[in-house]
Design a protein around this ligand. Sequence first.
Ligand SMILES: [Zn+2]
Length: 313
Amino acid sequence: MIADAHCDTLMLLVGEHPKGTSLDQALPGHLDLPRLIAAGVGLQFFALFTVPDQGTDLGLRRILEMIAQFHRSVAQSEGRLYPVLTAADVVPQPGRVGGLLAVEGMRPLGGSVELLEVIHRLGVRSGMLTWNERNSLADGALDQTSGGALSAAGRRIVAAMQRLHMALDVSHLGERGFWDLLEQTEGPVLASHSNVRALCDHPRNLTDEQIKALAARGGVIGMNFYTQFLASEGPVTLGTLLRHIRYISDLVGPQHVGLGSDFDGIGSAPDGLGSVADYPNLRGALDAAGFTAAEAEGILGGNLRRALHTIFA
Ligand SMILES: [Zn+2]
């Protein structure tokens, strides 16, 4: 069953879709619960994303609203959607989708370990210190002019995340912060939705050295479907995405590749991968590219599950 380490559907539910809609209904956009189940997705990360100009208070309110929306969707789903809270929840359950809440950018928490503990109690199990901008914890990938590593507050948050067995996600984090985070932590680290810098030179993508370091820690890199992170120019197809998967596989092994679609957060996806309904095309492309069945299963979900199992244990 497929596992996807990033989507922004909760942002749309809270900010754009009509009030009262929830994940268990048919939604416009890239995914909803019925389509996830039909596509064989068994584990879906749901990002709690807030834009920088919402400010700290409004950002925190938005995070809480998205968490509430998720739990309302769980309650209305008649068991088809359940929250992923422990290692046992990572095991695939046919016909059901495990939803994993992941905070994307912790500026609204203001460096508070107490607030981190609160959202952990509310079901959040993964987190990125920054979005693209710099905040009080670290520099983001598009705001690295300070050249700064993690701040003291950033280090406290990271230490608390390790204590709470939350997944550490380095997507969006600036490079110095990336190395700083690896240095002060143990175990698998995720890059939930980032691609290969050597193939597409964008600061949101990972260098070879970063990919090697994540692999050495048993981490997984979720392939982002956003065309701007897949190629700098030209048409972007499933073949373009396969080049990124092949590159990482050749560099460190296919067991470190996963999916981080960024569905409902991206303006453009490769031809042939327009929504979760197109996952069979990706499966076919992996087979055609010569990946074994076991390798393809790992890339489509098994690798991410393995890493989460270790993190939650
Ligand atoms: Zn993102």
